[in-house]
Design a protein. Sequence first.
Length: 332
Amino acid sequence: MSQQTSSTQNSPLWTLRDVCSCGQNAPRLDRVSVTIPAGRVALLGVSGAGKSSLLRILAGFETADSGDVTQHELSLPSPLPVFWSPQDYGLWPHLTVQEHLEHVRPAEPRTGILVEQWLQQFRLEALADSQPGTLSEGEQSRLSVVRALASEADVLLLDEPLAHVDPVHREDDWRTVMNHVARFCQGVIFSTHEPAIVRRFADYVVCLDRGRIQFAGSTSQLLFSPPDETAAWLLGPCNWLSEKIRHWFSDAKPSWPCLRPEETFVTPDSAGKSRVISIDGQGTQTRFELRHCELDSTIVVFATHNPEVRVDSRVRINVIPSPDREQVDRSS
């Protein structure tokens, strides 16, 4: 396995060719070939899919057993090209919270942000003199992320960052990370199990399944033109339009593999051909179970909640495609 640097201007961050990483019972990475672009990149996949293994190889903390990893030259001058925030946080037990940031902060920071200001942004100022062993998981998670930001590295590698941060603050913390990336970094590659975070903050997605690349492309492509149902569900509930159920969605184009809940509407209609069996949830991920009034078949539909729909009422399914889907269709 070779690791080298290219000087190609405007090149991607990494190119991997047939990269393998052995595991105890099965390969952690199995002939992975993928290009990691600059920008906001999410790694998706179920637990054990190979996300952490890929991040460790990109960070240089592990060496692939075979294949080629090309790390391209970064276009932004930075004293620290890459900083890795691992899934177990990687904190230094002998240092205080404040010392973690002082240890990585460059002598001449580009951001102009003081250590005290970083701590305030992530609600850690009251814990400045504490050591990692006294912190909660949420506090350790925030410290690991803010340490990465304070390093002012050009590329951030974040393995399930902010996973234990409470939902009240998680959105703001993610936005702080992405605002920093937009101003001072060439890219961020992060793994997560949260579809909403990917949809909001990632421009490009790499999906892994049992150590192999399942999909690599824009977030919009994965949302509206996924390669299969398993990949589609990595970005949340969807109505997979198999041949068996496609006739239920008469407004859907034949080229659409799936519909997202926000594009799908169950509407009361006394002449509708479906009857509601059950309704679970509200919002854009309400689960409707419908029975066809003429055919002996039932389906589950994920759709936008409609308070006018009741159990046992007759309904029809309407489709209003997302504007982002139309952009994907035009680019296909």
